[in-house]
Design a protein around this ligand. Structure first.
Ligand SMILES: *Cc1c(COP(=O)(O)O)cnc(C)c1O
Length: 233
């Protein structure tokens, strides 16, 4: 079996074990393949194993790669997006995760209007208040979410976070829990469900799933160590 194939089996076991610990069905967790830095051949290999949701964090790289891959794949943007790249993000991606400011949300709204489409988005939260990370302060998001909802080209589907790195993943549990609680409070404010919680990566996905993650973003545990080469224009 290929390296990606055996990695995928291991990941599916890890997801199933975490789900069973908290009485969730495995189908409630989407495994996103984070394909940044991976060449199209590796993406095609992963797609052949049944993976359909792929995450990229650079617009240039995505623009170069997406059209070389099977057209049935669903691409999500997972990085920090500069407002001047909103047009490309809207045309290339199914979902933009990581809407981290009202300015960016308005820019996505504007570009989606121009392109006559609606954009699915997740709002990124800086749950640990790290200076090095993008994302909403939780209280600020709570006070602004009703205004964000007025942007009619945006479908706010939930929240995402990048937890702090800890050698012991158990220590990030409170951050995942905080994101879930914030999601519940935001849903209450909007008076509608926010079904998606994007949290958990290769090192901490079990904890994230136990705390309610519906989408884990997995790079290295699927593809192995990321190659340094980035495919450009
Ligand atoms: C790279 C990346 C991931 C995947 O990280 P791994 O540790 O390789 O699984 C997940 N989310 C975001 C936002 C990333 O940039």
């Amino acid at each position: 079996m290929s390296e990606i194939g055996s990695n995928l089996l291991r990941l599916q076991d890890r997801i199933a074990a975490a789900c069973s610990r908290v009485d969730r069905v495995t189908a409630s967790v989407t495994l996103m393949a984070v394909s940044k830095n991976q060449p199209p051949e590796r993406i095609t290999e992963a797609a052949a194993l049944g993976l359909t949701v792929f995450g990229e964090n650079r617009i240039q790289e995505a623009r170069a790669k997406i059209h070389l891959c099977s057209s049935h794949l669903q691409w999500q943007f997972i990085g920090h997006l500069q407002s001047n790249k909103a047009r490309d993000a809207v045309s290339l991606f199914h979902t933009v995760q990581g809407i981290d400011s009202a300015t960016l949300a308005s820019e996505i709204q504007k570009q989606a209007e121009k392109q006559s489409r609606r954009m699915r988005v997740l709002l990124e939260v800086n749950v640990a208040g790290e200076a090095s990370k993008f994302g909403w302060n939780p209280e600020r998001l709570l006070s602004e979410i009703s205004t964000l909802q007025l942007l009619d080209r945006l479908e706010i589907q939930g929240l995402m976070t990048i937890a702090p790195y800890c050698a012991d993943p158990e220590r990030v549990r409170p951050f995942f829990r905080r994101l879930r609680e914030l999601r519940d409070r935001c849903a209450e404010r909007l008076d509608r469900p926010l079904p998606i919680l994007s949290m958990g990566m290769s090192g901490d996905m079990e904890i994230a799933i136990e705390e309610g993650s519906t989408l884990v973003r997995i790079g290295t545990a699927l593809f192995g160590d990321r190659p340094p080469i980035v495919l450009s224009e």
